[in-house]
Design a protein around this ligand. Structure first.
Ligand code: CP3
Length: 350
């Protein structure tokens, strides 16, 4: 990593290295997005969502928007987890009001047709965005790169869209586990290449989003969530021994303990449903914690939000901790409430 001293001094990185910091660093999942009028403006100019992701000057601009407004301790690259299937050659489109739509992969032969070797070449605009951000971000702001975990990305590739139950991917995994494993293995390789390229371009932290981890029963959770994530973290650390990696095993419940231990991540992002008291006892001795305000409490704002923030900070700030939401910001969030949240977290005195 370039600029190692600068990187190590950042509050977010210190927390991920196991330090209880003077105050909790804060950033929010989906901090760049439709709740911001300045995002909607650039988004409209860009044309499609993927055009926005693949135009470095515009992706850089929308990444910086929430940093300018709120001065978060970290900036997350503006991109999407579905650029990986797009770069593998599976057509991805984002439709207004509908979310992502892909031509679903339903047969083993279609897995063989995907081209893992072209990913880094096709995603060059994303790495160019990272390089620009590295140069334009304030020195105290950490730069987070990311990817979806293989399981979560596979649920979209197989289902062809988001679904409430991830049934298409689960049924393939149950009926023909070794066939499904080939898709997971392909994604492990593509994800490693994509993340290595982000770190080489200047990302200082990596977050792996396993949004649908919680839909898997224990045996499949171990095989399709823990194991691929472990392989990715191992490959990253072979190249970058000090790289902080955050995992987000959304909905994993008590399996978050084994997920944290076995994957070797430095930080675990807690979803809204996790008890912070439990997490302090069971998880904080193993890793830095991140989370977990309900995104809808941010929509509501006011006293109820401030009480919840106080409860999270009061429970977790004694150990390494990063303030965040339990899932991404939703579009109806009033920007003023985000400012109120940042003030509450920064001004909090236990
Ligand atoms: O600010 C940031 O957090 C960085 C950018 C980011 C986006 N998506 C931008 C985005 C990140 C880190 C993601 C991750 C992502 N993408 C996940 C994992 C995290 C999670 O929220 O569970 C998933 C599952 C996706 C796939 C995805 N992308 C879906 C299901 C959708 C549609 C739902 C929606 O909110 O519209 C997207 C689109 C998307 N990705 C938008 C943004 C800002 C909105 C699209 C738009 O502006 O039109």
């Amino acid at each position: 990593m370039n600029d190692v001293t600068g990187t190590k001094a950042k509050r977010l990185i210190r927390a991920l290295n196991g330090e209880a910091t003077d105050r909790a660093p804060i950033w929010l999942m989906r901090q760049a997005g439709r709740y911001l009028p300045e995002y909607r403006k650039v988004r409209a100019e860009a044309g499609s969502f993927l055009d926005l992701c693949y135009t470095p000057a515009l992706a850089e601009e929308v990444t910086l928007q929430p940093i300018r407004r709120y001065g978060f301790d970290a900036s997350i690259l503006f991109s999407d987890i579905l650029v990986v299937p797009d770069a593998l050659g599976q057509k991805v489109a984002f439709r207004e009001g509908e979310g992502p739509v892909l031509d679903p992969i339903t047969r083993a032969e279609q897995i063989d047709e995907l081209d893992g070797s072209a990913v880094v070449e096709r995603l060059q605009p994303v790495y160019e965005t990272v390089r620009r951000l590295k140069a334009s971000l304030p020195t105290e702001t950490a730069l987070i790169g990311f990817a979806g975990a293989p399981w979560t990305v596979a649920t979209y590739m197989v289902g062809g869209r988001g679904s409430a139950d991830q049934a298409a991917a689960k049924l393939w995994a149950y009926r023909a586990p070794d066939e499904f494993q080939k898709l997971i293995d392909l994604l492990v390789g593509a994800t490693i290449s994509h993340l290595v390229a982000q770190v080489e371009a200047g990302a200082e932290v990596i977050q792996i989003f396993d949004t649908w981890a919680g839909s898997l029963p224990e045996a499949q959770f171990r095989r399709f969530s823990i194991e691929p994530t472990r392989a990715i973290v191992k490959a990253l650390r072979a190249r970058f021994p000090d790289l902080p990696v955050i995992g987000f095993p959304r909905g994993a419940g008590a399996l978050a303990i084994d997920y944290t231990r076995e994957t070797g991540i430095s930080g675990v992002s807690l979803d809204t449903g996790v008890s912070v008291g439990w997490a302090r006892e069971a998880l904080q001795p193993l890793a830095c914690l991140q989370g977990n305000l309900d995104p809808l409490l941010l929509v509501a704002g006011g006293d109820e939000m401030r009480r919840a923030v106080g409860n999270i900070l009061g429970t977790l700030e004694g150990g390494p901790f990063i303030f965040n939401l339990g899932h991404g910001i939703v579009p109806q969030t009033p920007p003023d409430h985000v400012a109120e949240l940042v003030e509450t977290v920064r001004g909090w005195k236990g």
